[in-house]
Design a protein around this ligand. Structure first.
Ligand code: RBF
Length: 159
């Protein structure tokens, strides 16, 4: 029986991080967490491309384009939606998350979800603060695991 799983060290793997500028203070905190996780996984700076987009709504199409053309092992998607008093929160949150999943399925490139959907700004701040609970860090760890897992799949299930 074979059992495959990703590895914590991803040197040689290439990543893109798509970051929404909307709620920028939060998304920059998520980006810092993601970058720290990549450094800890021995991913070189030259193997990481940061792509900034206006808001979370623009993340999926950008991730799709990168996956189609960019030669990356995984895409880390970072955004922050805070519930306001309009229906836009639900629309943008569900369309962004579904479209990220669809982009991953269409391209076969793993896409990690680091898009916060919170009721309050306080909740968003807590999830973007430095430390192990930073959701950008968690998204990067998922991307690292999936990138290294897929490298093994491409190598043809080594003994
Ligand atoms: N983008 C976000 O990333 N987070 C938000 O909380 C957010 N709230 C929005 C609320 C409204 C009413 C609108 C119209 C847009 C919002 N956006 C938000 C921006 C959206 O993701 C996108 O960038 C713009 O709608 C332009 O396509």
């Amino acid at each position: 029986m074979k059992e495959l799983r990703g590895a914590p060290i991803a040197s040689g793997c290439r990543f893109a991080i798509v970051v929404a500028r909307f709620n920028e203070e939060i998304t920059e905190g998520l980006l810092r967490g993601a970058r720290e996780a990549l450094v800890e996984a021995a991913v070189r700076d030259e193997d990481v491309t940061i792509v900034r987009v206006p808001g979370s709504f623009e993340i999926p199409v950008t991730a799709l384009r990168i996956a189609e053309t960019g030669g990356v092992d995984a895409v880390i998607c970072i955004g922050c939606l805070i519930k306001g008093d309009t229906m836009h929160f639900e629309y943008i949150a569900s369309s962004a998350c579904q479209a990220i999943a669809a982009a991953a399925a269409a391209t076969g490139v793993p896409m990690a979800l680091g898009v916060l959907t919170t009721l309050t700004e306080e909740q968003a701040v807590a999830r973007a603060s430095a430390g192990r609970d930073n959701k950008g860090r968690e998204a990067a760890l998922a991307a690292i695991e999936m990138a290294t897992l897929f490298r093994q799949l491409e190598e043809g299930y080594p003994e």
